[in-house]
Design a protein around this ligand. Structure first.
Ligand code: MF3
Ligand code: CO
Length: 248
């Protein structure tokens, strides 16, 4: 069952999402050669607490940090630490937050200084896939129209979509029903209805879609070591289409 949230509840998620978006804009400025992923994590934790929201990932299934920092071939769930960013890297930063029991979750991939054309195009394709999917979030469309839109957008441009991780419903839990795979046929699953709130999050690879988890138990990397990107927004379905709740 996909929950239908009230306008009051969505207003709280909007407030939480706006703080997450502002943090991502702050992190975009902080990302530069010489900064460590641990410093970004400390900045993120301080920012969220100052804005009155709780970091949602910390302690989730034992996750030790406020953000996930996934560099280059790292796909998701990269652990912040001593690693220092270098010119030409890309870094995916994923943030979860909770306000008054309601969650938000968003991710972006940033270039570190000047990056090459392969990296630039990857970021464009991943972000383009997310926005193509958001445009499909209208009442009456099927859940799998989101999945199909992402797969078609990405694969028609010569990139691959990660199969092992998916988008998800979100509300009073960070991961709620339904699962939203980033691939699949159109026209399947429940129809979208006003009041549903969904986290849509394509993970896009330059090479193979296959991934594996590193021995730290968290960091997911591409099997071929090629670059990966991740963009995520939370959207509320309304009568007029999608309202993105994770915009500044
Ligand atoms: N941000 C991930 C998602 O979008 C969840 C991260 S879980 C954590 O579903 F354990 F890494 F915190
Ligand atoms: Co998510």
């Amino acid at each position: 069952m996909i929950k239908i949230w009230s306008e009051r509840e969505i207003a709280i998620m909007r407030k939480c999402g706006r703080t997450v978006a502002k943090l991502l804009e702050t992190l975009r400025e902080a990302v530069r050669p010489g900064v460590s992923t641990g410093e970004l994590d400390r900045l993120a934790e301080a920012f969220l607490l100052e804005h009155g929201v709780r970091p949602a990932f910390k302690g989730y299934r034992g996750y030790p940090a406020t953000i996930c920092t996934s560099v280059n071939e790292q796909v998701v769930h990269g652990l912040p630490g001593e690693r220092v960013l270098r010119e030409g890297d890309i870094i995916s930063i994923d943030v979860g937050a909770c306000l008054d029991g309601y969650f938000s979750d968003a991710a972006m991939t940033f270039p570190v200084g000047e990056v090459d054309g392969t990296a630039r195009r990857l970021l464009e394709v991943c972000q383009g896939a997310l926005w193509a999917a958001i445009r499909r979030c209208i009442p009456g469309n099927h859940l799998s129209d989101i999945s199909h839109t992402i797969q078609r957008y990405v694969e028609s441009r010569g990139y691959s979509v990660v199969r092992d991780y998916a988008g998800h419903g979100i509300g009073t839990k960070i991961h709620d029903e339904p699962q939203i795979p980033n691939y699949g046929p159109p026209g399947q699953g429940p129809r979208l209805r006003p009041g549903m709130v969904l986290a849509i999050e394509p993970m896009v690879n330059v090479g193979t879609w296959e991934v594996m988890t590193m021995p730290d138990g968290w960091t997911v990397v591409t099997r071929d070591g090629k670059l990966s990107a991740h963009f995520e927004h939370v959207v509320a379905i309304t009568d007029n289409g999608a309202e993105v709740l994770t915009l500044g």
